[in-house]
Design a protein around this ligand. Sequence first.
Ligand SMILES: [Fe+2]
Length: 369
Amino acid sequence: MTSEPGPSRNGSRTKSGTIVVVEDDASNRILLTRILESEGFAVLATGDGEAGLATIETADPDLVILDVGLPGLDGFELTRRLRLDPGFVTLPILLLTGRSGPSDVVTGLEAGADDFITKPFSRDELVARIRSALRLRRALVGMEAAHAVVTALANAVEAKDVQTEHHCERLALLAGRLGTRIGLEPVELDAVTYGALLHDVGKIGVPDHILTKQGPLTEDEWALVRRHPEIGERICAPLRAFAAFGPIIRHHHERWDGAGYPGMLRGEAIPIGARIVGLVDAFDAITHDRPYRDGRTLDHALEAMAKEAGHQFDPDLTRIFADEIGRMAGQIEEAPLDAFALLARRIRPKGMANPLPERGAGRIATPRE
Ligand SMILES: [Fe+2]
């Protein structure tokens, strides 16, 4: 291969991946290229920052090594520019520097670099740092892919019923707030967020004409609707994080008094994530329009839910949720563009008449669950 004057290869991938090297010192550039190629990487080597940026944008490499002291566009500036591009947010950037003082490290980290290689470098350390950065990137890409699957599934549910548009996103926001308030650990919060996004994914298995039916459901139709937690559990079982959020999907229609489904679990036997999602699901259903009634005010919703504390809902959780909603409502004017403000805009002012009769009196969960 040749590294002069432009990229040494045309981007062909190898088993180990593609690395772009931007280093103006020719002997170092050649040394790096030889080492990396002997480790199974495809290498694209250039000698200046502008050409390096163009190469990275074209080749979409798995990792880049940038010399800090490049003429013109230096390694710090190149790093900053790459991090401004959403496509390169997870790209591992290793800075090559002869100056390993704290200010260089701080500047590099602030620019968005992942790691540093000090010249002169040892081959073993160089390869170890590269493999470590690539492992981290693979994990991040895996998380991105999992998130994309979850989002696609959540969108598939909402596409079945335009009345529930953004319902899952609002639920994830509210469930996250409530989970944070009661001190859930980060992994539990992740599970609650996924559970909120996917709690109704089983509706994919319920016929559209039942979900959007204007009149009362027959007993058989109700039986089908009530299968959605178990259908959702089966749909999501192959997902890697399923063990954490699967119980939320399965049990989000359980009731504190044991009269829910599918397990008729009672009290604290209901997973905490399922109690949270069940509560915020009911709140969102009350405060938003449905085919058979207009959305109600926040006060109406909280009053109705307080009556069900200890029956449908965990009483402690209901009290804390009401307090949290009060806090969030107080923040609406300060942050008018946040997600809760979007939610609040759709809630009629307190006292406005409700033109449509409410169905399912005495029971809070939405009739379409
Ligand atoms: Fe549901």
